[in-house]
Every structure is written in structure tokens, then in C-alpha cells.
Design a binder for this molecule. Sequence first.
Ligand code: BGC
Length: 455
Amino acid sequence: MDAAVAQALDRLAPAFRLSAAALRALADRFGEELARGLAGEPSSLRMLPTFARQPRGDERARVIVVDWGGTNGRVALIELRAQGRFAVDGEESFTFTDAEKVAPAAEVFDAIAAAIEQVVAGDRRTAFPLGLIYSFPARLERIDRAIALPLTKGWRPTGLEGADVVELLTAALRRHRLPNVVVRAVANDTVAPMVLQTYRARAADPDARPAEIGLILGTGTNQAADLPGAGIRNLECGNFDGVVAVETPYDAALDRALADPAPGAQRLEKMVSGHYLGEIVRRIVCDLAARGPAFAWFTAPAFRDPFGFESEHLSLIEADRSPTLEATAALLGQLGVSSSLEERRALRTVARLVAARSARLTAAGLVATLRRIDPALHARHTVAVDGSLYGGYPGYGDMVVAGLVDLAGAAAGRIELEFIKDSTGAGAAVITAVAAGKAETPPHLAPPHPKEGDA
Ligand code: BGC
């Protein structure tokens, strides 16, 4: 490796390897923002009420679930069968183009309604309750009324902000002549793994403690938390701005370069989530290329064009265990790049720094939220996690755990991270079943669950 690049990498490392002290300061700041948000004071954490409640574990229902929060969406008919089991009867996926991200919102809801029509196979008689997972910020006024706040992840459909997403979906259902499908619940995606984990645990043991945090680490990132006295809140913590204290010039430049989300918005998400990690690496590579002869291929489209290099690529590089990084060479080859081993090693170093920082920032947010629930972290706690970054990047969970240990010492051993893949469908069904009050056991016969009163 030429000396200039080696030196640049050495300088880069400390800025990305957040020290335990830096993490603790971030967690403290996160905790302060969380308290301010809950008190209704200005805060980068919105702490939005969800009106969702923890399940008992015996709920049964047949629910149409809709999952929309990015490029790929999904509709399914899900049957909750209690005992923690569920069946998927029908399923339709859809993909939105870049143009649809800024098109009239009705187009999105029409695409969803068309998929629902497929899933119910044209059945216009059977009454179907519907649960909508809407993975953007929204201010809920009831479990079935959600006023859209400015969107994230590069979306800005017209006519959505300020409108009730349930009303928009209901109008599309009407256009598709499906009056028998009624939206009963709307929830953020973070609530889904939380309630699904609780549902499974309580199906096995009705007295099981609930999962207290639902965490998404995918295209975007966010937490929901079941907070004493406040119920289940959607933190919208991708917007946490305390991370400015540890930003690198690459983060600052990325933040300034984007119109959606606007500069200053979604600062934690821009350093943590799958939508951005590849882009941060791309920016670093371009900078290294400017310092010496290495990475002369940075003019290839994947490195020249913003967002040309993707977070999935980082996962592939991390998974490459060959001594000469053959899988990385093949990946770069597909991107039109012929690389040297030294360049591949440098790229892997950069990718690891960026991914590890993401995991450590996540740990800081988790510890801060858990301290709000249990200041000394005496008890055991469950964090239910879903998302392609957590599930797809090799060793990501271990890096989060390492951050938890730096922050909480031995207490980190009492924090369980449960990965619940594809939680949105069954999670939405649980949320809807709870909202509809459908349970196998009538409420007066159900065993008491002290936590349930919280929401
Ligand atoms: C959205 C959140 C969502 C998260 C994960 C963020 O960009 O603002 O509402 O929970 O992505 O999908």
C-alpha cells in the first residue's frame, strides 16, 4: 500500500473507532433527548405515542397485513393461531421506482390496494381487518389514525405529509371496490418485532416479560420502546442529532449533500443504517484515491456515482474469508473494477470501520433507552431486532454486544438481543389482533400481566 493511503487509513481509524468514553457521552445525550421528547420539549427524539399494546400471547385473528416503508412492499393474509404460531395464506410483493418516491401518494396506495385485491382473490364479501405497517414518521391520534410527518429514506410523495395514511389507504380500497377490507391498526415497523417477540414468549409462558425495545436496522434505523408510564413509543431515533459530536468530515459532507432527508435531519440514521453505509465507504474511497495512486478506479460508476456502492457490498466483503480476498475481487469485477490485493485490504479496513461504528452507535441508543426503563440495569431485558443490516452483515450483532459491554459492563450480559427475521407481517397481525381485542380467552379470564396497563 502506498504510504499516503496507509497514513490516511491510520488517521481515519480513531475517528471511526468510538471510544468507550465517547459512547457513554452519546448514551447520556440520548437519554437527555429521550426525556425532553417525552416531556413534550424540543428534542431530536420524537417519542411518538403508538397506541399499540403488548399481546397476551393467546390472540387469534385473520388479518391482512400491509408493509410499506421503502422500495419494497408486501401484502399478506396472515392467520394468528395462538401458541405463537401463524400461517401466511397469500402474499404479494411490490416494488416502487425512484419516480414513485416523488409521485402523488395515491399512486402508492393504489399499488397497495391492487396487491390487496390479489391477496383476497377478488373476495368482496368476507370482512377482513387490515394492519398497516407504515415505516416512516407519523403522529398517531388513535391506533387507526396516523398523520404523516416528513418522510425519510429518500421518499417525498406529494399529498402525503400532513394527511392520515389510514384515510389514504381507505380511499384506495374504495377505488378498488374493497369495502370489506377495513384498516384497524397502523404502526411503525419497530413495534412489530417487539410485540411479536412478546407474543411468542407469552404463548409459551403467559407470565413471560415483554420485549421492551423493538429495533430496526435495515435501510433505515429506529427504536420503539415500552416505557413505564408512557406506553409503547416510536422514538424516531434515526433523527438523534447528538452524533454530530462524533461525526467525521465524510458524514458532514454526506449530510449536506442530501435534500431528502434534509441537512440536519436523520443524523443518526445517516451514520448507522443500510441506506448510508455503502455511501460513506464510497466517499472515503474517493478521498483516498485523491491522496495517491491507489484506487485509480474510483471513476467507475459504482464509486463515481452517489449511492453506487451499496451496504450489501460491505456484507459481501466482510463475509470474504479467503486470504487473497477473491470474493471481494469478484464483486469489484462485477462493478467494473480490477483491483490489487492491497486495495482490497484497504477497502475491507474502511468497510469494517464504518460498520463497526454503526453497531457501536446502535449500542449507545439501546443502553440509553434501557436506562430509562431500569436506571441501574438490574433486570434482564429483551431487545427484538429485525432488518437487513442486522441480519445480513456478518458479526454485526457481536459488534453491538461489544458496544453494550463498553457501556454497561457486566449488566450487558442481562441484555438479550433477539433477531426476529421478517417480523412485520406477523407483528402487524399481532398489533391488529390486540387492537381488535380478539383473544381466545375472554379478558376477564386471562391471567394478569402488570405490564399491560402501561399503554
Ligand atoms: C423511519 C422510521 C422507521 C425506520 C426503519 C426510518 O427512516 O423514519 O419510521 O422505523 O426508518 O424502517
